[in-house]
Each structure stands twice: as structure tokens, then as C-alpha cells.
Design a protein around this ligand. Structure first.
Ligand code: ADP
Ligand code: MG
Length: 540
């Protein structure tokens, strides 16, 4: 048998099928399945994230960036592009870009440059956007994130970053359909944006939204972007194509301005399917700009196709190159207020990936529970508070919060962020469960009780007062099981005929009822097995 060919599993690596060894992605090699051309079409997606920088002033002017101000009340003469006005770079925006680039593990360019990107649109009074095209603030990098795959497994994945650039936001057009007019609000014009461009490393909608969620958490932690889709602080463009692994990339369409993680996921999945269908039926994908209609769940071509648009990029003559410094070069600098990259590295707070690593390595928490805790607002903080009050192992605490507590909170529209039950009460309930003092059912009942009434009583007092101590004594439970078996001959028949799982589920549930949820389910199950196997033997 021929040795399997090694290929890079990254679909983005177009050269793997020909040279068999991609020098760029060595760590991602995997044994290849055979002929790749026979494989089905797969989605290939690259993202552009536009993140509004969380600063008081705009990128090149002193106007406020506050959200929700009256229309056109935050517009300096520069933002309105009055002739003769000049840009002044906001160093806070630069610092935010540097912090983000460090978190993305990007290579920060010590010298970056600004360019003009020309296009004609009413919400862009200058007639061009100041962006960074030739030499952006940072290039390369990678982000690790947790992905739930098609088999519902939680896996760690890494996506590559192409670059991070600083640029201006545009104004906002408001279309008055009835009056047939377009109105322009320039409050947003000139707010600093970070555009984060990725390599085409994603395969479907959930992959894209998991990645963006990670970047959103990261930016919130750094306080560089508020990360709210609703307020337009995050907007995503998704570049989507399909191809057969091993073949060159297909032609892509670009779905613009996706305004929520749900829209991103749905738009990508819809567009991948649309393109697959098209190609399978002999059609061709055209390079076009599309928009997503969340109501119908479909992507539709935009009227202003950007095909072959010439942006006439040119260096921005009114801004000098942007210089960044580190500890070594800072001594040589004559400027006082410069951005020192080394200093920013020192000041980095723990990022979501650090929090995750700590939960996995130091507390042995399962990846699925880590995923839920990190994604839940204040979930990790709450976990630590419970762990500090509890005698149970941290991974047991995490399981209880994720599986039991959050289940009940979700049902009652409660949030961990404003938990109505204090961490020390939760810790005591967890310990009652762990020690086997009471059953899981009664632990859940305790949570419900604390949720609905305030009481000074401790959980153990409530258990004692109600007589909810778990029964694990086999001899106490045996008569209960014998009685249930006698009362349910049909279920016994089922068990003997091989439908063990179903019958067992029935018996244990009955026994739990008979013991007012006090019987230990594991002890009950083994008792039932013992008694029923005995009956089975006798029948033979
Ligand atoms: P443009 O500047 O025209 O938008 P870029 O080449 O800079 O194009 O790519 C922008 C985004 O498109 C990047 O995220 C990149 O990964 C993605 N991309 C490029 N080619 C493809 C493709 N064939 N399929 C999917 N995404 C792609
Ligand atoms: Mg683009």
C-alpha cells in the first residue's frame, strides 16, 4: 500500500495538494484521505472585522464619539471635510490598536503609514477614507478559540490574522423611503476603527461566529472596543467561496455589514449552501457584494456591485508615518508622548485564552464547561467565588454551575451577572451534592427555593428540616425496589426481553418517587440490576 500523502488540513493552504508539504503550516499536517477531487465542496471563509475603538475622541479630530447623541451634534469641521482642515492623530486610538495587535499575536510595524481610499458616497464627505493599506499597524498573528463541531464536540482551533489597520468610520445614511430622501448623520464619521482581516481559515457559520465571539471577548477585556453589535461597535464582512479540498479557491462573494453573531452564522451558512448548489448545478459564482436579510435568512446581491471598483489608493499627504517605539528605541526618541510597545505588553490584562488555560490546567475544568463559563457574563468570576467557599473539587463546581445552576437560571430568565443566589449558598449546595448528603434532585429544589424566596436558612438546615438526607443504605432501599418490581410485571418482561435501558429508566424513576427523591440513583440502579438478573436467571 502506498504511503498516505501528507496534506495541510487548512483549506486555505492552496498549495498542499501539489507540493504535499506546505512550509507555512507544518504544525497542521495530517494524513490525507485519498483523491481530493472526489470530495464534496467545502466552504472557505475569510472575515473582516470592523471594531469601533473605545476612545472619547475620534481618530483625527476632537469630536466626541458618545453613542446616541442628537444627529449631527458631534461633527467637527474636519469631520465635515471643510477645506483647509487637517487630521491630528489620536494617540489613544494608536494605543488601542497596539494592545489589540499584541493580543492577536501580530507583528507590530514600528513604522506604519496612512493612505486615502477613494470612493464616492454621501456619508463620506471627504470623498475618501483615511485607512492603512500599504503598511498597516500590524501584520500576521493568530487567535485560538473554542469551536463546537458538527458532532457537537468542543475543540480548540486556531485562525490566522492577516493584518490590523486603523481607519476612519463613515457617517450613516438614513433612508426616508416615503419622502424619497436620504439623510446623513455624520456623528459616526471619523470615529476610529480597527479593521482586523483574517486569512480564509473558516469553514462554516458557527466557525466564524465562535471566532468573532473570541475576538469580541478579547477586545472587551482590553477595553479597546465595547463590542456591542447593537450599537454598531462591531460590524463584520464575510468573504465566502466554495471549493473541493486540494483544488484552488473558488471565486468569492462578500456579504457586507453583518450586525450580530447570529446573522454572521446564518449568512455564512446560507451563502455557502447557495454557492454549493450553484456549482453542483453547473453554474458559476460571481465576484459580487451581497447583503444579508435576516428576516428571510437569505443573502441578496447589492445594487452597487463593487466589482472592479478602483479606489485610487494614494498616500495620505497630511499625515506623517506613524512611529512606534519599544524600550530599546525609546531612549533615542525625542518625543515625550509616544506609544511604547514593550510597556503595553507589560500592561496586558489576562485575556480569554489565559483565563481558559488557567481553568483547564490549574482547575482541570472540562473544555465544554470552560466554554460556557468564559462566554457567560461574569461566569468565570462567579465560578471562582463559589470555588473559594466550597470544599468540592473546582471541576465539580464548574459542572454544577454549567449543567444545573445555569439550566435553572435560564428557565427563569436570571443571569449569573446578577445572581440572586450568593456564591456561598451555591457552594454549600454543591458540597451537599458532592458529599452525597442529599440527591441531585433535592439540590435543584434548593436552588429553586432560594431563587423564589429569601430565607436566612442555610441549605443544610433546609435539608435536615425536610428530611431530605440521601438514602444510600442498600437494606433500606431493597424493599422499595422489590415492591416496584412486583407492581410492574410488564416492565420486568421488557427488561428480560432485552429492553434493559428503558426498563431501568422506568424502575429508577419510580424508586426515586417512592423515596421522595431521597434514594441514591446509583445504588437503586445496581439493586434493580441484581434483582432483575436474578428473575431472568430463574425464568431460564
Ligand atoms: P479585498 O481587499 O478585495 O476585500 P483581500 O484579498 O484583502 O480582498 O481579502 C479580504 C478577505 O477575503 C480576507 O479575509 C481573505 O481571507 C478573504 N478571501 C480572499 N480570498 C478568498 C476566497 N477565495 N474565499 C474566501 N475568502 C477569501
Ligand atoms: Mg473587503
Amino acid at each position: 500500500m502506498a504511503a498516505p500523502i501528507k496534506i495541510c488540513t487548512l483549506r486555505s493552504c492552496a498549495i498542499y495538494s501539489t507540493i504535499k508539504r506546505c512550509p507555512k503550516h507544518t504544525h497542521l499536517y495530517k494524513h490525507c484521505r485519498q483523491s481530493s477531487t472526489q470530495e464534496n465542496l467545502k466552504g472557505v471563509i475569510g472575515l473582516e472585522i470592523h471594531a469601533q475603538i473605545n476612545t472619547k475622541c475620534k481618530l483625527f479630530s476632537a469630536s466626541s464619539t458618545a453613542f446616541g447623541a442628537p444627529t449631527n451634534s458631534q461633527v467637527s469641521i474636519f469631520d465635515a471635510a471643510l477645506p483647509g482642515t487637517l487630521p491630528v492623530l489620536n494617540s489613544e486610538c494608536v494605543r488601542a490598536g497596539v494592545k489589540t495587535a499584541i493580543a492577536l499575536k501580530s507583528k507590530i510595524n514600528k513604522i506604519s503609514k496612512f493612505d486615502r481610499k477613494h470612493y464616492f458616497y454621501a456619508d463620506l464627505p471627504q470623498g475618501y477614507q483615511i485607512t492603512q493599506q500599504r503598511q498597516p499597524l500590524a501584520v500576521g498573528g493568530e487567535v485560538e478559540y473554542i469551536l463546537i463541531d458538527e458532532q457537537n464536540r468542543y475543540i480548540l482551533k486556531t485562525a490566522r490574522i492577516t493584518q490590523l489597520q486603523l481607519e476612519q468610520d463613515s457617517g450613516r445614511s438614513l433612508h426616508d423611503e416615503e419622502g424619497g430622501q436620504s439623510l446623513i448623520d455624520l456623528n459616526r464619521a471619523g470615529i476610529g476603527l480597527m479593521e482586523i482581516v483574517t486569512e480564509p481559515d473558516f469553514i462554516n457559520g458557527i466557525d466564524c461566529s465562535s471566532f468573532v465571539r473570541e475576538v469580541q471577548l478579547m477586545m472587551r477585556q482590553l477595553k479597546v472596543c465595547l463590542g456591542s453589535f447593537r450599537e454598531g461597535a462591531l460590524r463584520i464582512d464575510a468573504n465566502i467561496s466554495v471549493h473541493r479540498p486540494g483544488e484552488p479557491f473558488g471565486v468569492r462573494s462578500e456579504v457586507k455589514n453583518l450586525g450580530s453573531l447570529k446573522d454572521l452564522k446564518n449568512a455564512v451558512d446560507y451563502e455557502v449552501n447557495r454557492q454549493k448548489h450553484l456549482v453542483k448545478n453547473g453554474g458559476t459564482v460571481i465576484n459580487e457584494t451581497r447583503t444579508f436579510d435576516s428576516e428571510s435568512g437569505k443573502t441578496i446581491p447589492m445594487r452597487d456591485k463593487e466589482r472592479l471598483q478602483d479606489y485610487r489608493f494614494m498616500p495620505e499627504p497630511n499625515l506623517p508615518p506613524l512611529y512606534l517605539y519599544d524600550n530599546v528605541s525609546i531612549a533615542e526618541s525625542s518625543q515625550a508622548n509616544v506609544t511604547n510597545v514593550d510597556e503595553e505588553i507589560q500592561k496586558m490584562p489576562p485575556l480569554p485564552r489565559d483565563v481558559r488555560e488557567k481553568l483547564i490546567n490549574d482547575f482541570n475544568v472540562a473544555l465544554r464547561d470552560v466554554y460556557v463559563l468564559v462566554n457567560e457574563d461574569k461566569g468565570v468570576e462567579f465560578f471562582h467565588e463559589v470555588v473559594n467557599c466550597s470544599k468540592s473539587p473546582p471541576n465539580f463546581v464548574a459542572k454544577f454551575i454549567v449543567n444545573d445552576l445555569l439550566g435553572i437560571y435560564n428557565e427563569h430568565d436570571q443571569k449569573i451577572r446578577r445572581s440572586p443566589i450568593s456564591p456561598d449558598i451555591i457552594a454549600e449546595i454543591v458540597d451537599l451534592k458532592k458529599s452525597g448528603y442529599t440527591t441531585k434532585s433535592h439540590c435543584l429544589q434548593l436552588v429553586e427555593m432560594y431563587l423564589h424566596q429569601s430565607t436566612p436558612d442555610r441549605p443544610k438546615d433546609i435539608v435536615d428540616r425536610n428530611g431530605w438526607q440521601q438514602i444510600i443504605d442498600v437494606e433500606l432501599l431493597r424493599p422499595v425496589c422489590i415492591q416496584i418490581i412486583e407492581d410492574n410485571p410488564n416492565q420486568v418482561k421488557k427488561y428480560c426481553k432485552g429492553k434493559q435501558d428503558r426498563a431501568m429508566h422506568f424502575f429508577v424513576a419510580r424508586a426515586m418517587d417512592s423515596t421522595q427523591k431521597k434514594g441514591n440513583p446509583a445504588v437503586l440502579k445496581s439493586l434493580f440490576i441484581e434483582l432483575l438478573e436474578d428473575i431472568k436467571l430463574k425464568q431460564k
